[in-house]
Design a protein around this ligand. Structure first.
Ligand SMILES: *Cc1c(COP(=O)(O)O)cnc(C)c1O
Length: 486
């Protein structure tokens, strides 16, 4: 890999040019008024066209993406994103639409929403979906607003608490707090599942609902889900399903059948929209029949004559979190992906992502600590190295050191130090699109790193050795990023 050691401003030479503008076709009176013009020319780099091309191409190669290498970032479902999705989402017949166009002129786009909704209904067992939210956390907030509205409409205003397991994704308690609820934590058992006895203690007339993901953030299926659903419903609460972990269940098990009332999906995880750079996302929210009237509006409806229209008024709606119908381009990608897989292959997604995760886990558990034995779903969590190489005067290698060393071998790091249940958490999610050869290479590298740690942990302490940036101060890098110089 070649890394440029100069900024584009440092490559600049006075008078050098990489462009020729066409002659001005407009009369002089179209010129920018003097009062609005700069006193001095802007300080732009003066470089040749190849310099510009190399600059941006080199910059693009300093990034790591799912198109450049294996990306086992747990909880994030970094699967391959088929390129045909991009072509479809970029079709001018879609990109040229305006959300305020009359419905008669956008029947095809409305049909895309409707068809995607039908597919999501079939996959989840829920009754109806809104596409309004633009992210998973956005969907959580919407779902909680729906839960609140549901209780309000029943005249039950005493339900101020939302129960969240201690293994939950951080967005769950955050969304509950933003929606105005008090967050109550329920503990996990040694086996990583919710402590049903502890849950019973928390349930009561002040509980609006519980937020869960299944499989949970440890990649473990909550086998007591039927009991939990019955208990929560008996106490008058609703069950919210965080569907960001839907990948291993696709086509196999449905949240609606488990007893969940509300859920969101991450189209930008499970349904193959590129993510990770903060780009457009989509967190559609599905509800059981008794909550349909609380969904945000507008919603796409199919009339008896086959025409599509927008349902715009419903006094019971919980309100919305974004404009119009969310990020249409992401929904197009999801529909293309679902159609391409078909009913048969959707199920293979769940099966293969589960198989890949279990294969890696079993091949590495003699050198990385596996806190909870047994079959996992699409991801699992190690708790650091079995032998971290600690000795007199030399501290052992940590999970952070393993993650940094992986970069030297060309792999993205897994998610680290999350979930918070273990001190050295390494959360690994391979996704169904990785070949056995890739998984074997990853396993070999992880074993190599474990061997290095046992022999000389300083190799890991000083990693990465081969990247342009090595160990930034992570807090400073997040809070006070300096992006203009290496
Ligand atoms: C990614 C994720 C979320 C949040 O989704 P965003 O789109 O990032 O807001 C919520 N829960 C789980 C389990 C996740 O993995």
């Amino acid at each position: 890999m070649i890394y440029y050691d100069k900024l584009i401003f440092e490559l600049s030479a006075p008078g050098r040019k990489g462009y020729t503008l066409p002659a001005n076709r407009y009369p002089v009176h179209a010129a920018v008024p003097g009062t609005l013009r700069r006193a001095e020319a802007p300080a732009l780099p003066e470089v040749s066209e190849p310099d510009v091309v190399r600059h941006y191409t080199n910059l693009s190669q300093m990034n790591f993406g799912v198109d450049t290498g294996f990306y086992p970032l747990g909880s994030c479902t970094m699967k391959y994103n088929p390129k045909i999705n991009e072509e479809i989402a970029a079709m001018p017949s879609f990109t040229g639409l305006h959300p305020l166009q009359p419905s008669e002129t956008v029947q095809g786009a409305l049909e895309v929403y409707w068809e995607t909704e039908q597919a999501l209904r079939a996959l989840t067992g829920l009754e109806a979906f809104t596409f309004n939210p633009c992210a998973g956390a956005h969907g959580e907030l919407t779902g909680l607003m729906i839960i609140k509205r549901y209780h309000e409409l029943r005249g039950d205003t005493a339900r101020t608490k939302i129960i969240v397991p201690d293994s939950a994704h951080g967005t769950n308690p955050a969304s509950a707090a933003v929606a105005g609820f008090e967050v109550v934590e329920v503990k996990s058992l040694e086996n990583g599942r919710i402590d049903v006895e502890a849950l019973k203690e928390l349930l009561g007339p002040d509980v609006a609902g519980i937020m869960m993901t299944n499989p949970n953030t440890l990649g473990l299926f909550e086998t007591e889900i039927k009991t939990i659903a019955a208990l929560v419903h008996e106490a008058g609460g609703l069950l919210y399903y965080d569907g960001a972990n839907m990948n291993p269940l696709m086509g196999v098990v449905r949240p609606g059948d488990m007893g969940f009332d509300v859920m969101h999906l991450n189209l930008h995880k499970t349904f193959s929209t590129p993510h990770g750079g903060g780009g457009p996302g989509s967190g559609p929210v599905g509800v059981a029949p008794h909550l349909v009237r609380c969904l945000p509006l507008p919603r796409v409806i199919r009339e008896a004559d086959g025409h599509f229209s927008l349902l715009g008024a419903e006094e019971n709606s919980a309100g919305k979190v974004s404009g119009f119908l969310g990020n249409f381009g992401v929904i197009l990608r999801a529909l293309a992906y679902i159609k391409m897989l078909g009913r048969q292959n959707v199920r293979r997604v769940g099966e293969l992502s589960t198989l890949g995760a279990n294969y890696i886990k079993e091949c590495l558990k003699d050198v990385y600590k596996l806190p909870i034995e047994g079959v996992c779903k699409h991801e699992f969590v190690f708790d650091g190295l079995v032998n971290d190489g600690a000795r007199e005067g030399v501290p052992g290698a940590t999970t952070l050191d393993v993650a940094k060393r992986l970069l030297d071998y060309g792999f993205h790091a897994p998610t680290i130090y999350f979930p918070l249940l273990f001190h050295q958490a390494l959360m690994i999610e391979p996704t169904e699109t990785e070949s056995k050869e890739t998984l074997d290479r990853f396993i070999a590298v992880m074993r190599q790193i474990a061997a290095e740690a046992a022999e000389d942990p300083d190799i890991l302490h000083n990693a990465p050795h081969d990247t342009p940036v090595r160990r930034p101060d992570e807090t400073q890098a997040a809070r006070n990023p300096i992006l203009k110089a290496l």
